[in-house]
Design a protein around this ligand. Structure first.
Ligand code: FAD
Length: 457
């Protein structure tokens, strides 16, 4: 049977995928007066037990906050978010070094992926214009005739629906995008890192306390690979080991519990006592892959539009995937504000504006992997970061560190990346004159900095 979505008082819109981006998008669209039907392959995550997919917690930063505030849940999420003010690096002997993320009170926030998604779904459900349909998997899409087929994942029953406008927020392996890939002159690429990831857990202390510094993102940089940990509210931390698939130290080289135990004791000795389930978890938890997906166009006429990971999946090293997807919603909302119901203009301007920024973010994410796994363990790098923050304090209008532009600003990613590369060149010129932090105050160094700043402006 073919049926159009009913109760079509305003423009009926369809969203495929009620993950982080789809559920947020439904709120933006409904609040502009549209009737929204949201289809999601999984069961309602608020009903069953925890259905954790990928990372259990995520780093939320300014771009994400802006979108959450726009739908009125900034404060609610803030109550369950843990600010992380700095990176804490752990060396192979368990010695620590530190790098602030930004200025004094600037932080990225550790939030539960499932908790955030549930909150967004609850808000969507309370909105009379939104209808949520769970256990509905998109199996086929015909963008030209604006028809789609859904399969009920519980009963197996299939249905065909007509839609007027479809938003594809069904993630990195998007079925909506797969259908667009079969249209004329469609550009698509996917590229996997030679690394995978494994999630592990640090237990809370006996009184539910945090056994590592709570308000920090912990990194064990080891050159070719690394582990990170983000805090949870219950005193635990989620660790993620980013590790090569093949090679001397790799997933392939660790085949038995004894090998895993010995490896961790040698390479990450300070955390092993905090991971009583290490070897069980290592073999029980799946190894995730890391992919960058690029495609274009994101729109099919004014009928179908991709947002979030469906259009730009990136590797997780800048903590920006969800933030970028949330920023998609902010940008779309601004365009709806400006352009009213001129959907062809909205879709076209959206993809023109967002594509270069998504591409820049994809490059930044790969770039930051090297910084995290390798450079943060280098004292010269940490000195450079200190000098850079001095420059930024002295010339606040002319210099914002790249990390801050990406994380604590709304500067388009492409602009941030461009200016970050320019700044990196300046830093490498300056650092050849600097050996210690106090060198920065030497008159000849100050003169060089002033010269660089004059050349920039
Ligand atoms: P998803 O969250 O993947 O949601 C897609 C939804 O669509 C899902 O609910 C799925 O069930 C549904 N769906 C899929 N196929 C169908 C279908 N055929 N029919 C119907 N429904 C369907 N980002 C950050 O900002 N900060 C971080 O710290 C961070 N850390 C990360 C760590 C890891 C290890 C990984 C892998 C990613 C991380 N990310 C992070 C990225 C972030 O997870 C994604 O960018 C974000 O989840 C994208 O949201 P989305 O809604 O576009 O896609």
């Amino acid at each position: 049977p073919v049926s159009a979505p009913d109760s079509a008082t305003a423009e009926p819109l369809t969203i495929m995928g009620a993950g982080l981006v789809g559920s947020l998008l439904s709120l933006f669209l409904a609040r502009r007066g549209h009737q929204v039907d949201v289809y999601e392959r999984r069961a309602d995550m608020r009903r069953g037990g925890a259905v954790e997919g990928r990372s259990i917690n995520l780093a939320l930063s300014d771009r994400g906050w802006r979108a959450l505030e726009a739908v009125g849940i900034g404060d609610e999420i803030r109550q369950v978010a843990i600010p992380m003010y700095r990176r804490v690096m752990h060396d192979v002997h368990g010695n620590l070094s530190f790098q602030p993320y930004g200025k004094d009170n600037q932080a990225i926030y550790s939030v539960s992926r499932a908790g955030l998604n549930r909150t967004l779904l609850t808000l969507a459900e309370a909105e009379p214009r939104i209808r949520l349909h769970f256990n509905q998997q998109l199996t086929s899409l015909d963008p030209r005739h604006r028809r789609l087929e859904l399969r009920d994942t519980v009963t197996g029953q299939e249905q065909e629906l007509a839609f007027r406008r479809l938003f594809g927020t069904d993630g990195a392996f998007s079925a909506v995008r797969s259908a667009l890939q079969k249209t004329e002159r469609y550009n698509y690429s996917q590229s996997y890192l030679d690394y995978g990831y494994k999630e592990l857990n640090i237990e809370p202390g006996p009184d539910g306390e945090w056994l590592l510094e709570k308000n920090a993102l912990h990194i064990w940089p080891r050159g070719q690979y690394m582990m990170i940990a983000l805090p949870n509210l219950d005193g635990s931390f989620n660790c993620t080991l980013f590790f090569p698939y093949e090679g001397k130290h790799s997933f392939a080289s660790l085949q038995t519990p004894a090998q895993v135990q010995a490896f961790f004791e040698e390479i990450f000795p300070d955390v092993v006592p905090l991971m009583p389930e290490l070897t069980d978890e290592y073999f029980r938890n799946p190894t995730g892959s890391l992919v960058t997906i690029r495609c274009f166009p994101w729109a099919f006429d004014d009928d179908v539009l991709l947002l979030g990971d469906a259009s730009h999946a990136i590797v997780p090293f800048y903590g920006q995937g969800m933030n970028a997807g949330f920023e998609d919603c902010t940008v779309l909302n601004e365009l709806m504000e400006q352009l009213g119901d001129d959907w062809p203009a909205i879709f076209s301007q959206f993809q023109q504006q967002r594509k270069p920024n998504a591409d820049a973010m994809a490059e930044l994410a790969v770039y930051n992997f090297e910084e995290m796994r390798d450079r943060v363990g280098d004292p010269r790098f940490l000195l450079q970061k200190k000098i850079e923050s001095k420059i930024s304090a002295q010339y606040p209008d002319q210099w914002t560190p790249l990390y801050s532009q990406v994380t604590f600003s709304h500067t388009p990613y492409a602009e941030a990346w461009q200016s970050g590369r320019e700044q990196e060149q300046i830093m490498s010129r300056l650092m050849s004159h600097i050996q210690t932090e106090t060198d920065y105050d030497r008159p000849e160094v100050q003169a060089l900095v002033a010269q660089e700043m004059a050349a920039r402006s």
